[in-house]
Design a protein around this ligand. Structure first.
Ligand SMILES: NC(=O)c1ccc[n+]([C@@H]2O[C@H](COP(=O)([O-])OP(=O)(O)OC[C@H]3O[C@@H](n4cnc5c(N)ncnc54)[C@H](OP(=O)(O)O)[C@@H]3O)[C@@H](O)[C@H]2O)c1
Length: 339
């Protein structure tokens, strides 16, 4: 079997570390691995398959002699470095928002639109974490009943804001337990411990935040259907890992909760947890470290005569929302013999 020279840009970050684990646990055919980050971490050692590998400084020629580069170091880094990596012939799978809405860049969730991957498209965008888990749930329902409208509220964990987000909730919680004054917010707008913040990213002119508009725009692109209307409200919650979403959909064709359950139960990447009578429903507590999108609380909307369902979706934002989806894209490139 062919093996690949893989680089992880941002290997020391919250997502980068999970990428390392995903390559290992999914037995991706790795010939060699290279870890890249900024001067802050250059020289630090990370472990890959029981071997210590030194982190190297990211430079523009870092993509030479690399087949696949997983980028997870933020938008500025992707904008500056990804084109050099792609020009050197490697596939760049980028976690930042930089290229997502670029017409020439496929935006891919393998369960939904693997056909958008092409041999000659060397930069591929990994969608926003909240969008990924939502479209995994929407796709089977859309294929059956054609979704017209989506209203979604998210409950997003602090790891969605990277290692600094994790540290901020940890430090504030520790101080609270000790009865000390809580450290001031720096990554988030306000104290996140014991609070909810209805703002993720900055506000845009229409009153929605950038995170909310990502869910609107990226959903249309991934689903290949500009007619799907999406209104999102994104909320940061004091949870370390896994995003939860309440999703409401209105469909063109009638669909019952029973039909929705049947469709979702056999869809790739989904596990149905929908037995409210037995207190079975998805929760972040159980989704952490799992490579699955969990769906439950499926019910018909009682407030309208139109065909509408509401349900609850939970997935690990660092895995399906980032590292796992990126590695699945790499696996699809390999399967299609593009890489
Ligand atoms: N967290 C999530 O749930 C999630 C989900 C989807 C997408 N994303 C996206 O993934 C990216 C990384 O997120 P994260 O949560 O892993 O952030 P993070 O924990 O803050 O990690 C950032 C990583 O980028 C590296 N980096 C920063 N500036 C760099 C530079 N100038 N040159 C080279 N490396 C640099 C850091 O290396 P040092 O150790 O050297 O600082 C670190 O490895 C972001 O674009 C984010 O939007 C995150």
């Amino acid at each position: 079997m062919k093996k690949y020279k893989v680089a992880i840009v941002g290997a020391t970050g919250a997502v980068g570390r999970e990428m390392v684990k995903m390559l290992e646990s999914r037995s991706f055919p790795v010939e060699s691995i290279k870890f890249l980050a900024s001067e802050r971490s250059a020289g630090q050692k990370l472990v890959y398959k029981d071997t210590k590998v030194a982190v190297e400084l990211l430079t523009k020629d870092g993509g030479k002699n690399i087949d696949i580069a997983l980028f997870s170091a933020g938008s500025d880094v992707s904008k500056e470095f990804a084109p050099f990596f792609a020009a050197d012939g490697c596939f760049v799978i980028d976690n930042s928002s930089t290229w997502r809405m670029d017409k020439n860049v496929p935006l891919v969730v393998p369960e939904v639109n693997p056909h958008d991957l092409k041999k000659d498209k060397r930069v591929i965008a990994n969608p926003n974490c909240s969008t990924i888990q939502m479209v995994v749930a929407l796709k089977p329902l859309h294929d059956f009943a054609k979704i017209k409208r989506v209203i979604v509220s998210t409950y997003q964990s602090v790891s969605g804001a990277g290692q600094k987000g994790i540290n901020e909730l940890t430090e504030q919680t520790k101080a609270w337990v000790r009865g000390e004054t809580l450290p001031l917010a720096s990554k988030f707008q306000y104290q996140i411990a014991f609070n909810l913040i209805p703002q993720i990213d900055v506000f845009t002119e229409n009153g929605y935040t950038k995170e909310e508009m990502k869910m609107t725009n990226e959903t249309k692109k991934i689903m290949g259907d500009d007619s799907i209307e999406v209104s999102a409200t994104c909320v940061r919650v004091p949870i370390f890992r896994s995003h939860s979403e309440n999703v409401w959909i209105e469909t063109e064709k009638s669909i019952s909760p029973v039909q929705a359950r049947e469709l979702l139960a056999k869809a790739d990447g989904i596990q149905l947890l929908d037995e409210p009578e037995n207190k079975k429903y998805p929760m972040p507590l159980f989704a952490e470290n799992m490579q699955t999108t969990y769906i439950g609380r499926i019910r018909a909307d009682i407030s309208t005569k139109n065909s509408a369902l509401t349900f609850w979706v939970v997935s690990d934002n660092l895995l399906k929302g980032a590292a796992l989806n990126a590695v699945q894209i790499a696996e699809t490139l390999v399967k299609n013999e593009f890489a």
